[in-house]
Design a protein around this ligand. Structure first.
Ligand code: PFF
Ligand code: NA
Length: 467
């Protein structure tokens, strides 16, 4: 594999566009919706601490590995691993890691699109002024009536999937830059404004304490959840960052790029948490509300400030855009692969794959209403069952897909990617591709990749899954 190969799918105009695309992929519902609700479910500070450690010691090394492999391979993740393993005299079976990743990304897209649909519905709610003066109960009912309506959910899910497919069908490199360069900073500004509101609730410190105070004795609780979320939030372990790396210009420095993306993602998540929890406590809501947390909490903030409606409309539009730039990156690995393999047009390939994700997404739609009692992985008085009709225990369809992807497929994919970059790829190729400015850092980075990250992933996976 020559280092001067180029991708048939296009190339980013500069390092900044890669940063923008990777940040667009990373920053999404994971930060604003999932991070706060997981933190609430897993009890706060201890979860956040483990999450931050996992970002640094596992997430960033995996992101580095993916970017580097992608840029060296210049193809879809599957073919990148195939080519690089041939070049390294290793088994081409490594490419199965990317097949699993690609599948994981599509599974994530199936439910991500449904949740992004909630944000679309809230745009309309805001425009209609449904939230003026709303309290905790009212906001809870508003959310409840949305998720109990499968038709309404399906309409929004369909619209979001169309939006995502449309960008991918035109090609990622075109059009993304202009949109993201303006909208991502706006999202952040609005989050900071919300943070300003949470300061006025009188419960700000309570929120901060919830996020950052931890009891060491309780740390072991949500470790796998925290690691899984570190993968999810950085978009790593699935090949999304790898496929974007494939479109990265030669000159860009991988190390600083990865750090920038990781930092931005973390800052957005923590800001969202600090903006949300004070409102949760002020309204007397429970932090462990689950997936509805953000959709119940934020309307209270918007419903009770001057100009809140307009503010709310803009906010939910931006959340949709953030979700959309992430969704794009979930679809691209599979689309790029299938184009390379079949030679068919981008439009055709995108349509088929998006349709598939849409169908699987219907399972998530129904898991909040009609099929709420269809549970997988149930263990009850008479043993363990793969599937059961019950209103208690086990996981709904949505929860199962979320669990399978974040806690199993992403960590496994990430493990294989770092192992490949650290142990299969030639050390000199790795060093050459990384092209560090501060050469002394090389041993540190290389050992993070070879030892720390793989050992961390393995230990957490094995201890938590055998518990
Ligand atoms: N990182 C995205 C978020 O935090 O919302 C979610 C995501 C994007 C996961 C792309 C996986 C992926 F491939
Ligand atoms: Na994220």
């Amino acid at each position: 594999m020559s280092k001067d190969a180029v991708s048939i799918h296009g190339i980013w105009a500069s390092r900044w566009v890669f940063i923008l695309a990777a940040t667009g992929s990373a920053v999404g519902l994971g930060n604003i919706w999932k991070f706060p609700y997981m933190t609430g479910v897993y009890g706060g500070g201890a979860f956040v601490l483990v999450y931050l450690i996992c970002i640094c010691l596992i997430g960033l090394p995996v992101m580095l590995a993916e970017t580097l492999l992608g840029r060296r391979g210049r193809q879809s993740p599957v073919n990148t691993l195939k080519t690089l393993s041939r070049y390294s005299n290793a088994s081409s079976a490594w490419s199965w890691a990317a097949v699993m990743g690609m599948t994981g990304a599509l599974l994530i897209l199936s439910f991500y699109s449904v949740v992004a649909g909630w944000a679309l519905d809230y745009i309309v709610g805001m425009v209609r002024g449904e939230f003026a003066g709303i309290d905790g109960d009212g906001a809870g009912q508003r959310f409840g009536s949305l998720v109990s309506d499968p038709v309404r959910l399906t309409v929004w899910h369909t619209l979001f999937m169309l939006l995502t497919g449309w960008v991918i069908a035109r090609g990622v490199v075109a059009g993304l830059e202009r949109t993201l360069r303006i909208l991502m900073p706006m999202l952040f500004v609005l989050l900071v404004a919300l943070l300003g509101y949470s300061l006025t609730t009188g419960h700000f410190m309570e929120g901060v304490r919830f996020l950052f105070e931890f009891d060491l004795a309780k740390v072991p609780d949500g470790i796998l959840a925290a690691m899984g979320h570190a993968f999810f939030t950085l978009s790593v372990g699935v090949g999304s960052i790898m496929v974007f790396g494939a479109y990265m210009p030669r000159k860009a420095s991988i190390g600083s790029t990865v750090l920038t993306v990781g930092l931005l993602d973390t800052v957005v998540a923590l800001t969202a948490g600090m903006a949300l929890f004070p409102v949760v406590f002020a309204a007397g809501l429970q932090p462990n509300e689950g997936p509805g947390l953000m959709f119940v909490t934020l309307p209270i903030a918007f419903g009770n400030i001057a100009g809140g409606n307009l503010f709310g409309v803009v906010f939910f539009v931006l959340v949709t855009v953030a979700a959309w730039s992430s969704a794009i990156s979930m679809l691209e690995p599979a689309v790029a692969f299938w184009i390379e393999r079949s030679g068919r047009s981008r439009v055709w390939v995108t349509s088929v794959i998006a349709l598939l994700c849409w169908v699987v997404g219907l399972g998530t739609v129904l898991s909040f209403n009609v099929l709420a009692d269809a549970r997988f992985f149930v263990s009850d008085a008479d043993g363990w069952h793969l599937f059961r009709w019950t209103s208690e225990g086990g996981m709904t369809f949505f929860e199962s897909i979320d669990y399978l992807t974040s806690r199993i497929m992403l960590p496994l994919g990430g493990l294989l990617f770092v192992l490949f970059a650290g142990w299969v790829l030639d050390r000199d190729v790795f060093r050459d591709e990384l092209a560090l400015k501060y050469r002394r850092l090389f041993p540190l980075i290389y050992s993070l990749l070879r030892y720390v990250a793989p050992a961390g992933i393995l230990i957490i996976l094995v201890t938590e899954l055998t518990k």
